[in-house]
Design a protein around this ligand. Structure first.
Ligand code: GLN
Length: 443
């Protein structure tokens, strides 16, 4: 009772300001479930968790932070939700995010921006900013986010928490509202590496309802991972593009790691300047095709039903999608249109391959690659939202892992003027648990 009371007290006290939650479940319902689940048992028996609002939860509104799905109550649970429930976890609410996960600051939400609990003038990062803020404001100890091009790691970095973008195909996307299928994964967010590992191993594993999941089930491995002889490459071409306080925070950590016996070398990714354009071309192309289903007839907001199908379509979509989503549908459709496909989309796929190949080579030499998670400190609310190019540039370091399908983790790396800084660890495909163990050692 106390545990649930405490969570709701904090939410009542702070969430009017922070705005981390779009939907908060009734305290009584949650309390009853917690009691039942403690009796029933499981690895998360009676533990509260906050879920990003693009993950389907049966009977709980799932809006994607869009007017398009404002009243949508899913009739089914995502696979990750089924797995959490089986282990006794209890959903406390759904977290704020950028509309359809498109953004880096949680400011494109139809429900208004989330504020960073560390500094209310700043963004908590995005698009899973509500999940990061719910952890930092101490409503819960566990949360789920989704990461298409950094959306778990950006908020982890900006709220001084831990977040993992899992190896592609290790976590089912069944029940995740699609933004860019070839890039995204649902992933765990937590306050320490150990909880991150526990949550990851519960949600991961093959699922026949998502054909892109692979036949691999990670095991929770809590044996100690020393840093001695671990080969670490610092991605200098990326580090150099970061703000000064971030560079010094990362250098501090590098010195510590080297004192612990890690073998550290400076290296570079190569193609770093092409990663971002390649990512946005692929993401927008997939987005434009995924978002075609919200036509007001089969799915989504349907206020207008009169007139030709064009009119119905245009009015409903015109009214219910926000500006960033519209921008991406337009750009994505343009990129995929006849005559431009080769010029943009195919080129982006080639760059994606070059980046993959470059990483394959690097992982022959290094066990992990490190960089800052974000190139800049958490921006002020309002600072980047009207400058899309500036907002896209925030994803420079994170999109690499999504393009290459490899795991990437963000963990706290210190503060500058009370603003959190994140360290990113990347590892080869399926080395998720290894990254978590290294993070737990550094922590
Ligand atoms: N900021 C990136 C984008 O807007 C990443 C979003 C995400 O990972 N969902 O596409």
């Amino acid at each position: 009772v106390e545990y649930v009371e405490r969570a709701y007290e904090k939410i009542e006290k702070y969430d009017k300001t922070i705005n981390a939650l779009i939907t908060i479940r009734s305290k009584n319902e949650v309390l009853n479930e917690v009691k039942e689940n403690i009796v029933r048992g499981g690895k998360l028996a009676g533990i509260l968790i906050a879920i990003k609002d693009n993950i389907s939860t049966r009977g709980i509104r799932t809006t994607c932070a869009s007017k398009m799905l404002e009243d949508y109550i899913p009739p089914y649970d995502a696979t990750v939700i089924e797995r959490l429930k089986k282990e006794g976890a209890v959903i406390i609410g759904k977290t704020n995010m950028d509309e359809f996960a498109m953004g880096s600051t949680t400011e494109t939400s139809y429900f208004g921006p989330t504020k960073n609990p560390w500094n209310l003038e700043r963004t908590p990062g995005g698009s899973s900013g509500g999940s990061g803020a719910a952890l930092a404001a101490d409503y819960v100890d566990l949360a789920l986010g989704s990461d298409t091009g950094g959306s778990i790691r950006a908020p982890a970095a900006y709220t001084a928490t831990f977040g993992l973008k899992p190896s592609y195909g290790t976590v089912s996307r069944y029940g995740l509202v699609a933004y860019a299928n070839s890039l995204e994964q649902i992933g765990p967010m937590a306050k320490n590496a150990e909880d991150l590992g526990l949550l990851y191993t519960i949600i991961a594993g093959p699922d026949e309802r998502d054909a892109t999941t692979i036949d691999f089930t990670p095991n929770l491995d809590i044996s100690e991972q020393k840093l001695e002889k671990v080969r670490i490459g610092i991605l200098n071409d990326i580090l150099e593009m970061s703000e000064k306080p971030i560079i010094s925070a990362i250098n501090n950590i590098v010195n510590k790691l080297s004192n612990e016996g890690a073998i550290i070398e400076e290296t570079k990714l190569g193609y770093a300047e092409y990663a971002l354009p390649a990512y946005y071309i692929i993401a927008m192309s997939e987005a434009s095709s995924n978002l075609a289903r919200y036509d007001g007839v089969r799915y989504g907001y349907s206020r207008y039903m009169e007139g030709s199908w064009r009119e119905v379509y245009a009015k409903n979509r015109g009214e219910a999608f926000g500006i960033e989503v519209k921008r991406r549908i337009l750009l994505g459709s343009f990129i995929l249109s006849a005559g431009y496909y080769e010029e943009f989309y195919l080129k982006a796929l080639k760059i994606r391959n070059l980046i993959k190949m470059s990483l394959d080579e690097l992982f022959k030499k290094y066990d992990i690659l490190i960089s800052p998670t974000m190139p800049i400190l958490p921006p002020k609310i309002g600072e980047v939202i009207n400058d899309p190019v500036k907002m896209y540039a925030m994803d420079l370091n994170t999109v690499i892992a999504n393009l290459a399908a490899i795991p990437a983790l963000s963990m706290p790396a210190g503060f500058y003027n009370n603003l959190p800084i994140g360290l990113q660890l990347m590892g080869k495909y399926l080395s998720d648990m290894y990254l978590i163990k290294i993070a737990s050692y550094i922590e």
